[in-house]
Design a protein around this ligand. Structure first.
Ligand code: G6P
Length: 609
């Protein structure tokens, strides 16, 4: 989604701002812009193209300045046109904004009545006019911004500069991430650490309600109550190399191939151990896990699919009732709270607005226990949860989530083992066996990656199609859903997943020779039933693409394409079966010439609802 970068330095900040934007491109955007202050006053350049386009425009114009703000916009209010791109301007004031201002219509009417003219359809423009109008009282920019944010309803992170003051950059946040970068005689702000590491590793995470004034020499932060506060300076562990492409063509490709190491890193602390303990999830986890009587999982997108897999594990192995809900549904529906349920939120970014709000809602309903499984250590979700497990996938840049998903599954498998052990459902022998399987998981993932040449052949055929069906049964049904999601996200082919037993209840009507059907066929208790489902598809001329375990005796024949999965992984089978589906989506998108890492209309971190 939208990205913010701000900088004040003795040098020209335009290259820093543009480099920051490039590092935020992965979040998804449809226009970009930059504004700086220099001897001629406020200068702004905007473009509906990529950041590279914007860079060319700034070079052509010779844009330069020691203080500035920049933005990548993912359209919410108003089409992706240049007039709606940030920064927005009112007189000498310029603003970039992430989030949504919910009371923008009322504010717009008020500001219009004062004579302000609106030239965009955005909610952001009201902030520019509001700050401008508050500046008229002769206060500092800092005071004008502080006065303005009190009137804003909604979620926002903003950065503001004013022609009247070349020494101060002012930022504020409420419900959308924003951090400061601390330099030496220069300082920065950004919505994401990855935009800052080009200039500094020292980061201050602003809290909700904070307004900060940034100068060459330092920062002053005032909290929601109006008190000046000190916020800790963190040294970010993010390395510049971790967000670079290296030898790969796309981030998604890199991230698919990083899965063995990402999973190994995530499980590092358990794979050398002889047994597992609740402390892996936080110091108080033992006590909490003993008291809970059920589990409620809340998440969005791919993370929701991880939760669906976990339900099969948690109920099947640990014997604990488990519900999984889409966060955006849960937060607005009337549900029956159970204070003894463990509320688990799953999120790659830890910044997804609906997941954060769902957790908040669960707490307000009286849920006592929360655990988050998350990939970003300093994220809002981690800070809002009592217990936490960090997946150590490293930064995930591709919009379509890959290594975050498999590491989430590894974490959730571990959680299931801990819960099962505490419920007396895991013998020492079984625990040792499962630990062995976890230790083997990175190697098993590595061997699954070798199916890529066969998947490329499948991709050739899929690229011509308009629709696809994905079938799975039991714990592989959510994996079919994840496969369908990957395909639609980046190839734009309409794909749907069904629990294979549902085939006859509707989707079979769609099957003909133009409908490729992907089936996940591990050697489990449901394999014979799945084979019957596949016959039903074949009988209607549907082309089958099957990922089958060795023992299933499924072989390729006319209209049936079988890929043999190299390893039979038992409990961990869903993790392995995910990989070929990721590769399939990747190669189909490549065939179709799509922007794999930045699919149209989608964003990496959905920080607005
Ligand atoms: C967006 C991303 C998805 C992701 C979902 C949830 O839609 O494009 O890849 O699964 O958000 O994000 P989270 O960071 O909470 O896992």
């Amino acid at each position: 989604m939208c990205g913010i970068v701000g900088a004040i330095a003795r040098c020209n900040v335009v290259p820093i701002l543009l480099e920051g934007l490039k590092r935020l491109e992965y979040r998804g955007y449809d226009s970009a812009g930059v504004a700086v202050l220099n001897a001629s006053g406020l200068e702004r350049v905007r473009s509906t193209g990529r950041v590279a386009e914007l860079e060319k425009l700034t070079q052509a114009q010779g844009l330069s300045g020691n203080i500035g703000i920049a933005h990548t916009r993912w359209a919410t209010h108003g089409a992706p046109e240049e007039r709606n791109a940030h920064p927005h301007v009112s007189g000498g004031v310029s603003v970039v904004h992430n989030g949504i201002i919910e009371n923008h219509e009322a504010m717009r009417a008020r500001l219009r009545a004062k004579g302000y003219v609106f030239v965009s359809d955005t909610d952001t423009e009201v902030i520019a006019h509001l700050v401008n109008s508050n500046l008229q009282a002769g206060v500092t920019l800092f005071e004008a911004v502080r006065k303005s944010v009190v009137e804003l309803v909604g979620a926002y992170a903003i950065a503001v500069v004013s022609e009247s003051d070349h020494d101060h950059l002012v930022v504020a946040r409420h419900g959308a991430p924003l951090q400061l970068g601390v330099g030496d005689g220069e300082n920065f702000a950004a919505s994401d650490t990855s935009a800052l590491i080009q200039v500094t590793q020292k980061v201050i995470y602003l809290e909700d309600g904070d307004v900060a004034e940034i100068t060459l020499g330092g920062v002053t932060i005032v909290d929601a109550k109006g008190d000046t506060v000190e916020r800790a300076v963190h040294v970010s562990q993010l390395s510049a190399a971790a967000v670079e492409l290296g030898n790969y063509q796309h981030y998604m490709q890199k991230e698919i191939f990083e899965q063995p190491i990402a999973v190994a890193n995530t499980l590092e602390m358990v794979t050398s151990a002889q047994s597992i303990s609740p402390q892996l999830f936080g110091a108080a986890a033992g006590e909490v896990f003993r008291d809970i009587d059920s589990v409620l999982i809340l998440a969005c997108g791919t993370s929701y699919h991880a939760g669906m897999v976990a339900r099969y594990w948690i109920e099947g192995f640990a014997g604990i009732a488990c519900n999984v809900e889409i966060a955006s549904e849960y937060r607005y529906r009337e549900s029956v709270p159970n204070p003894r349920a463990l509320v688990i939120t799953i999120s790659q970014s830890g910044e997804t607005a609906d997941t954060l709000a769902a957790l908040q809602h669960a707490k307000e309903l009286g849920h006592r226990y929360s655990l988050s499984v998350c990939n970003v250590p300093e994220s809002a979700l981690i800070r809002a949860s009592d217990l936490r497990f960090l997946t150590r996938a490293g930064p995930e840049i591709g919009v379509a989530s890959t290594k975050a998903f498999t590491t989430q599954l590894a974490a959730l498998a571990l959680l299931t083992m801990v819960l099962a052990k505490m419920r007396g459902r895991l013998s020492t022998e079984r625990e040792a066996g499962l630990l062995k399987a976890l230790r083997h998981l990175p190697i098993a993932l590595q061997s699954v990656l070798h199916v890529e040449p066969q998947i490329r052949m499948w991709a050739d055929k899929f690229a011509q199609r308009h629709h696809a069906l994905f079938l799975g049964r039991g714990i592989h049904y959510p994996i079919a859903m994840e496969g369908a999601l990957k395909l639609k996200e980046i190839s734009y082919i309409h794909a749907e997943a069904y629990a294979a037993g549902e085939l006859k209840h509707g989707p079979l009507a769609l099957v003909d020779k133009y409908m490729p059907v992907v089936a996940i066929a591990p050697q489990d208790a449901l394999i014979e039933k799945l084979k019957s489902n596949l016959q039903e598809v074949r009988a209607r001329g549907g082309e089958l693409y099957v990922m089958a375990d060795q023992d299933t005796k499924l072989t390729s024949s006319d209209g049936v394409h079988v890929i043999r999965m190299p390893d039979h992984a038992g409990l961990l089978s869903p993790i392995l079966h995910t990989v070929p589906l990721q590769l399939l989506a990747y190669h189909v998108a490549l065939e179709r010439g799509n922007d794999v890492d930045k699919p149209r209309n989608l964003a990496k971190s959905v920080t607005v609802e």
